[in-house]
Design a protein around this ligand. Structure first.
Ligand SMILES: Cc1cc2nc3c(=O)[nH]c(=O)nc-3n(C[C@H](O)[C@H](O)[C@H](O)COP(=O)(O)OP(=O)(O)OC[C@H]3O[C@@H](n4cnc5c(N)ncnc54)[C@H](O)[C@@H]3O)c2cc1C
Ligand code: FES
Ligand code: FES
Length: 507
């Protein structure tokens, strides 16, 4: 069965929409069609958060409230959700507690960022109040929550004060994770039907299962696959791409599945990064910190694991980590499924080993052995919400005082994420605690890479940084404290501040 409209809830009513161009963004629909102009547009590239709205979905028997950047989300992606915007929070003229706290605490000046900030905090309100995790109201946590909301004039001190005040003593606001009525309404939208809006030349499609997805992509190998659209959305807003045929993978049953065994972690391609975070974070505190710094909450809500690999970006954050762990990627075209080592997926800049009509199905990540130690360093111009200039991942397996094997991978050093094979060779069999080992390995970076100069860094800078983090990784593994050279200390496993909340969000 196939449906020729998308359906979602807005302001208590089920809306069915079929008359829209495939590339219509959620923000354009809201502002131009609905005239809901409370949601603002500023950067139109997912960076500033002015356009933040919240999508409520049924997951694990509860309602989750998650913030997304509507400027780079396609309208069709909200099928099955309840759309909540800034217009929907106050009740009978009474402001939502987050709004009231911002107003009384002088957390707004020109007000352009304020709707987005309110929506991010509103989403967090429904984690904090229902998870009861005191850490989730710390100033540090609020700063994380607002990493994707840029305020240019107020300054963050009063904003964070207001957030802490409203979140510390939450009151009922008409939204909840367990509201049976809302749960029932959302369940009613889950009809398991394929969505196909448009005609054979121009459509927005959202298949409900893998068979339909595979068949549709075989028929339309020229279609654009969209997962979270945190990359593809920008093709529309910044490059004005036409994108006549869009195949959205976010509704495909099981494509976001997770299998967590003692040996491997398997992540479905459509798994959002936010839900992957606690699973990946458990591998190592450095991976946890990497995920905390991956875009913003909004970007991690929408962006997926598969999108981060399929985009082939030389500066994507997951690839170096997963390559260092020896991950494999599974692809499907029609009935044919094939698997290859992740590093072989990236052929050259902008070119991956993926045929038209083929899609990424899942990633299988071997868990590090008891003798393997990880280190991950993301080097950016800005601490939060920034793309890597250089990214290094190290998986070093020890035998007594020697390095039995090493897998080292870098992003930002070539046209693709790539292993540093000369560095690895220099390390294999060497004594870990010997600084001569560290320096010898670092010298090999120049054999492995000839980086480019671009706006994120010069070739010379990248080479120097990469050498530095080789030494830093090895020195730390040998026991030299990293405290003086880390902005945030490396947490020990189990002590990560967001552990409890993250586990809840993942469920
Ligand atoms: C503000 C902002 C900050 C960001 N910060 C970071 C960051 O810190 N680190 C980082 O690595 N990236 C970052 N990104 C980039 C982006 O968020 C990630 O690459 C994200 O993982 C992309 O996933 P997606 O689901 O949104 O992909 P989409 O935009 O939906 O798709 C990306 C590409 O993958 C293809 N694709 C998607 N899924 C599949 C599939 N299953 N099979 C085949 N092809 C598929 C699409 O056709 C497209 O070519 C940022 C982006 C923004 C806008
Ligand atoms: S307008 Fe800036 S994130 Fe959407
Ligand atoms: S109040 Fe003006 S941008 Fe935040």
């Amino acid at each position: 069965m196939s449906r020729d409209s998308i359906q979602f809830i807005r302001q208590g009513r089920v809306r069915r929409v079929r008359d829209f161009a495939p590339r219509t963004t959620l923000l354009d629909w809201l502002r131009l069609e609905e005239r809901s102009t409370g949601t603002k547009e500023a950067c139109a590239e997912g960076d500033c958060g002015a356009c933040t709205v919240v999508l409520a979905r049924r997951r694990g028997g509860r309602v989750t409230y998650e913030p997304v950047n509507s400027c780079i989300a396609f309208l069709g992606q909200i099928d099955g959700a309840e759309l909540i915007t800034i217009e929907d929070l106050s009740r009978d003229g009474v402001l939502h507690p987050v709004q009231a706290a911002l107003a009384s605490g002088h957390g707004s000046q020109c007000g352009f960022c304020t709707p987005g900030i309110v929506m991010s905090l509103f989403a967090h309100y429904h984690r904090v109040s229902e998870v009861m995790n005191p850490v989730a109201v710390s100033r540090e946590k609020i700063a994380d929550v607002l990493a994707g909301n840029l305020c240019r004039c107020t300054g963050y001190r009063p904003i964070v004060d207001a957030a802490v005040a409203s979140l510390a003593a939450p009151v009922a606001d008409g939204f909840s994770q367990t509201d049976p009525e809302r749960l029932a309404r959302l369940r009613d939208l889950e009809d398991g039907e394929d969505v196909f809006v448009g005609d054979e030349t121009s459509f927005f499609a959202a298949p409900a299962d893998e068979e339909s997805l595979a068949a549709l992509l075989e028929k339309h190998p020229d279609a654009t696959i969209v997962a979270g659209a945190t990359d593809v959305g920008l093709w529309v807003t910044k490059k004005l791409a036409a994108l006549p045929k869009i195949v959205h993978v976010g509704r495909v049953a099981g494509l976001d599945a997770v299998a967590d065994t003692a040996e491997t972690l398997t992540l479905g391609a459509a798994l959002p990064l936010g839900r992957a975070t606690p699973l990946l974070g458990r591998l190592d505190p450095d991976v946890d910190e990497l995920m905390r710094r991956f875009g913003s909450t909004q970007v991690r809500t929408s962006g997926t694991v598969g999108g981060n690999i399929a985009n082939g970006s030389p500066i994507g954050d997951l690839a170096p980590v997963l390559i260092s762990l020896g991950a494999t990627v599974e692809l499907r075209k029609g009935d044919r499924v094939r698997t290859l080592p992740l590093e072989r997926f990236f052929l050259a800049y902008g070119k991956q080993d993926r045929e038209p009509g083929e899609f990424v199905r899942r990633l299988v990540v071997p868990k590090p052995s008891a003798e393997t130690r990880l280190r991950v360093f993301k080097i950016t111009k800005r601490m939060d919400e920034d793309i890597s200039a250089v990214m290094g991942a190290f998986a070093v397996t020890l035998r007594h005082d020697r390095i039995a094997s090493a897998r080292v991978a870098f992003g930002g050093m070539a046209g693709v994420p790539k292993r540093a094979v000369a560095v690895e060779a220099a390390l294999t069999g060497a004594r870990l605690a010997d600084p001569a080992t560290w320096r010898a390995a670092a010298q090999k970076i120049g054999e492995d890479f000839s980086p480019l100069t671009d706006q994120r860094g010069t070739a010379a800078y990248r080479l120097q940084v990469a050498k530095t983090i080789v030494v830093k990784a090895l020195a730390e593994l040998a026991g030299v404290p990293g405290t003086a050279t880390r902005v945030r200390p490396r947490a020990s496993a189990g002590e990560r501040p967001n552990d409890r909340e993250a586990a809840h969000v993942a469920s």
